[in-house]
Design a protein around this ligand. Structure first.
Ligand SMILES: O=C(O)CCC(=O)C(=O)O
Length: 291
């Protein structure tokens, strides 16, 4: 733990100290950058395996705000072992669900979420996104979660407990290969649990915010750090430290509050996100609003 020493009462700054302090600050940044350059800019998030106690998770990851993949955390859940697209369609049947639609034709689909909300029977949704290449056009997201509570009830018995979450169930995300959530950060800590398929994420630490054209709320105008056009428009993003992580069925990714991320499904995907940690997770309460 880093403790800051309290100032000595009555002490005064020595002449020249401020400029030395600034030079030392610059030295710290330079040294860190030199060391970081030893590994490629796109690097990996730590991965651990096996049972993780709440205490270990708190000390090593939650409290310090360090992302981590816990491989196999959900490997034994029925959702991971048994779900297929056919089984999902059978379990939920034709119950009416809401999803986010018309995303391909509107670059601001993530900001204008209400405008993109659509309804459809669940089995028809699964048929639609598996029989044609709909890409990012139609996606059941956390934004649809409350509206879908009753319809998706038949799936709720297929998840297991996590030692550092309370018993509430997370938000479900279901969509085909090609769904894409643009670069943004959350206002609380998030645990993503992958149930079906693979998701690819790029994560950037909060300290990189100044390079990410954050002109609106929690969104980045960069949108997609892998887009050549966007990188040409916002070249500072090239010097931002960026972590690449793929999550597979049974894996969980802890994403600390304030970390920037974008998410792409590499195949048909079902995933849960949880915010109900057993420790405080309410930083959203004092996030300064747009002015
Ligand atoms: O999986 C996704 O498409 C997006 C998840 C995400 O960005 C989030 O939960 O904050």
């Amino acid at each position: 733990m880093c403790l800051q020493l309290p100032p000595v009462p009555g002490s005064v700054a020595l002449p020249g100290f401020a400029s030395v302090a600034a030079e030392r600050d610059a030295w710290r940044v330079r040294t860190r950058q030199r060391q970081q350059a030893l590994s490629p800019v796109l690097t990996a998030v730590p991965r651990i395996r096996g049972p993780v106690s709440a205490e270990t998770f708190l000390d090593l990851f939650y409290a310090p705000g360090i992302p981590v993949v816990i491989e196999g955390l959900a490997a034994k859940w029925p959702a991971v072992r048994q779900w297929t697209t056919k089984k999902l369609a059978r379990k939920v049947g034709s119950a009416e669900i809401t999803y986010q639609g018309g995303r391909n034709s509107a670059p601001d689909f993530e900001i204008a979420k209400t405008r993109h909300t659509r309804t459809m029977p669940f089995d028809a949704y699964i048929e639609m996104v598996t029989s044609a290449d709909t890409g990012n056009d139609a996606y059941i997201t956390a934004y649809n979660n409350v509206a879908n509570t009753v319809a998706l009830q038949p799936l709720m018995g297929d998840f297991g407990p996590v030692p550092f979450l309370d018993e509430r169930i997370g938000s479900i995300w279901i969509g085909p290969k090609g769904t894409f959530t643009p670069l943004h950060h959350d206002l609380n800590n998030n645990l993503l649990v992958q149930l079906m398929g693979t998701k690819r994420l790029f994560l950037l630490p909060p300290e990189e915010t100044s390079k990410l054209a954050n002109n609106d709320f929690v969104f980045s105008d960069v949108h997609d750090i892998m887009s050549d056009d966007k990188v040409a428009q916002y070249p500072e993003v090239l010097s931002a430290r960026c972590y690449h992580v793929d999550i597979h069925p049974g894996d969980a990714l802890f994403m600390p509050v304030g970390w920037w991320h974008q998410v792409e499904a590499l195949s048909f995907s079902a995933m849960l996100t949880y915010h109900n940690f057993i420790w405080p997770n309410d930083a959203f309460r004092d996030f300064p609003p747009n002015r």
